[in-house]
Design a protein around this ligand. Structure first.
Ligand SMILES: [Zn+2]
Length: 319
């Protein structure tokens, strides 16, 4: 009888240790989900302890990107550019030779070879459209290309499975969230808002344009004012600015509003993915007194109301 009790106690103790251990290993992930249990919640901050992140992503790689990138550079902004390799060098698209220089300091990302609707083509075609685009863009840019934007924003589970097998780590849709959340699933990444909302979507309707434009700036101001952890991810196309209205002026006004702000972490899409993955991969002791940052980037966290700068590849006490 005595021995049975002993065994039960040992088994119970082991279960507790195993559960607690797992919970601790996933402390960062659990913290993100707000699952704190008896532990302290580990909050993610952006680099430098900032609470806001801004991503600007533009699709198609048409010649208006030259002007857009110039404007972004002037305001110290960085972007992610999703390109169709087979269109480069054709009428109104950038040449293959210039993409390395035009997008210097920005991220180049997949938008497929020919811009098809990926949900309407065969598996072999999806493999080609994404794989060959990635390969060509890597050769042209002389860099890794690890993300994409879905042409027309269309995807399904089979498309996701294929792009994953090709090493694509995130993919942006065109379903605006009108929110500042951090993406849960990088392969189903909804942006915050299209440039100027849906202004100019309906031709010759200045009332709608005005309303949408006001809604866009309202959201930008909300982002600038919030104290909570916030990601604003604005997407669009440089070529849209050549259409009706004075959109280049609006673009510059928007860039001016968000540029050189010490509270904002300016990043590319892959930059944010890498940062979040580094945060999720932090290792804590069970009592949360020591943490190891195995990644090659500094990670900022907040625990028990205190902010910590965790240097890349370092182990430190949280006190
Ligand atoms: Zn496109």
């Amino acid at each position: 009888m005595k021995n049975e009790i002993k065994i039960i106690v040992v088994v119970l103790a082991l279960i507790t240790v195993i559960n607690y251990g797992n919970a601790q290993t996933n402390a960062a992930i659990a913290g993100m989900n707000g699952v704190t249990g008896s532990r302290e919640k580990v909050e993610m901050l952006f680099p430098g302890g900032k609470t806001k992140a801004l991503i600007l992503s533009f699709d198609d790689g048409m010649i208006a990107d030259r002007r857009l990138v110039r404007l972004m550079n002037e305001y110290g902004l960085i972007g992610t550019f999703h390109l169709n390799s087979n269109k480069l060098g054709t009428k109104d698209y950038l040449t293959k030779e210039e993409i390395k220089t035009v997008y210097k300091g920005h991220e180049i990302s997949v938008h497929t070879v020919n811009h098809p609707n990926l949900t309407n083509i065969s598996r072999a075609e999806v493999l080609y459209e994404v794989g060959a685009d990635r390969r060509e863009l890597e050769q042209l840019s002389g860099n890794l290309v690890r993300g994409m934007a879905y042409p027309f924003g269309n995807y399904n589970d089979s498309v996701i499975e294929i792009i994953k097998s090709l090493g694509i780590e995130y993919a942006r849709s065109v379903e605006d969230s009108y929110a500042f959340g951090i993406p849960n699933d990088f392969l189903k990444w909804s942006p915050t808002i299209h440039q100027f909302g849906k202004a100019y979507f309906t031709p010759d309707n200045p009332d709608i344009d005005k309303k949408e434009m006001a809604g866009f700036y309202h959201l930008v101001n909300q982002f600038l004012k919030t104290d909570s952890l916030a990601l604003m991810d604005v997407w669009g196309h440089s070529w849209e600015n050549d259409g009706a209205g004075d959109r280049w002026t609006e673009m510059e006004k928007f860039f001016k509003m968000v540029s050189r702000n010490p509270d904002i972490f300016y990043t590319t899409q892959i930059g944010l993915v890498d940062y979040i993955n580094a945060f999720k991969n932090l290792k804590f002791t069970i009592d949360q007194s020591i943490v190891t940052n195995l990644s090659s980037i500094n990670v900022f966290i907040k625990i028990k109301g205190k902010a910590f700068d965790l240097d890349a590849g370092s182990t430190r006490f949280l006190q």
